[in-house]
Design a protein. Structure first.
Length: 366
């Protein structure tokens, strides 16, 4: 490993744990979000009619968990992505390790049949995981985005963001005048979040300097308002709370203004917490993306959801809630332990080779 790589690794190891804790929280949000994919993750009409208080709480938790993806991208912008050949190849190795690894696991346990077509598919993590594909493009575009951020004045940068979010939240989210952002499932949506976090980190403003308790209140209020709007659609407008309803689809999209505001508020809240360097938090946070790659591989995803449905159908609500929490935490911890193997394979076998290739390429370009 080069001297610059060693320095970078040391800086990451000593990184303050406040944002690293947020990284863990964001992944837990995503894992809870994936426990229920039916009915847009919202309570059914039966639950709404028979248990309105429970339905309200369910809807609020759904909107809280929705922020996980946006938070993850905002964190990347907050720290800034500085890609190198080594890091990009490592990212692909990470994706293939879990994609192919989980496929092999289900084949060996006879829960899936082996085929060359399926193996070929799992060797393409950008197809297996929608987030991975969009994130890779964000990583590749990061040097260009960083150069713009470094050269633009605060006024120019702020004006660009204002225009971007006018189109993102006004023209596309509200008026449905385009579909380029794909409700947040696209690199274009990631670029907006990345630049928003860069602006907050570099320029901020009075709205970024509120006391942490106000940031937390904005987060809770924004998500509660999203849940309230969903319930108004059901009780006030008679619209079904299902994902194929146009208005419901907007509420549960990653480009919802309320989701973006809530995500940014939680980032600001955690940025103001003084934790110092806590080793076990950073250790868990370092494997957060691997947790996504393991449980969201499409064969594993089906088993993950089926197990969650079984728990919900066979246990009383308090017990099922505890079991689901245990499932999520157990998967996170198990993946973190598995990830140590992946890191050692990369460090001992692949990183030296990629480092040599990178050095050779840089030498030729010079």
């Amino acid at each position: 490993m080069s001297t610059s790589s060693t320095t970078s690794a040391l800086a990451r190891a000593q990184r303050s744990s406040n944002i690293e804790l947020l990284r863990i929280v964001a992944m837990l949000f995503i894992m809870f979000l994936h426990l229920n994919r039916e009915n847009a993750g919202l309570p059914s009409a039966t639950v709404l009619g028979e248990q309105p208080i429970y339905a309200m709480l369910w809807s609020w938790i759904r909107m809280i968990n929705l922020t996980g993806v946006d938070i993850f991208v905002l964190i990347s912008g907050y720290f800034a992505i500085r890609p190198r050949v080594n890091s990009v190849v490592s990212l692909f190795f990470q994706g293939i390790f879990y994609s192919v690894g989980m496929y092999a696991f289900w084949v060996l346990t006879k829960q899936a049949d082996f085929s060359l077509g399926e193996l070929s598919m799992h060797l393409k993590p950008m197809k297996v995981y929608w987030f991975f594909g969009s994130y890779v493009w964000l990583v590749l575009l990061a040097p260009v985005l960083n150069r713009y951020v470094e050269s633009a004045t605060k006024r120019e940068f702020g004006l660009f963001l204002a225009v971007y979010y006018f189109f993102a939240c006004g023209m596309e989210w509200w008026m449905s005048a385009s579909s380029e952002l794909q409700r947040g499932y696209s690199v274009l949506a990631f670029i907006g979040l990345y630049l928003l976090a860069r602006y907050v980190r570099l320029h901020g403003g009075r709205w970024c300097e509120l006391a942490p308790r106000y940031d937390l209140l904005i987060f809770l209020g924004s998500t509660a308002l999203s849940a309230l709007l969903a319930l108004v659609l059901f009780w006030g407008m008679g619209r079904p709370l299902v994902g194929d309803d146009a208005l419901v689809d907007r509420l549960v999209s990653y480009t919802s203004p309320l989701c973006i505001v809530a995500s940014l508020s939680l980032l600001l809240f955690f940025s103001k917490i003084k934790l110092g360097h806590i080793r076990w938090i950073n250790w868990l946070a370092a494997s957060s993306f691997s947790v996504y790659l393991l449980h969201e591989e499409y064969l594993t995803r089906d088993h993950y959801g089926a197990l969650a449905n079984y728990i919900g159908d066979h246990y009383a609500k308090p017990v099922s809630l505890l079991l689901l929490m245990a499932l999520v935490l157990g998967v996170y911890l198990a993946t973190t332990l598995i990830d140590q193997v992946r890191k050692q394979v990369w460090k001992l076998l692949l990183a030296p080779v990629i480092g040599w290739i990178e050095s050779a390429l840089v030498g030729r370009l010079k």
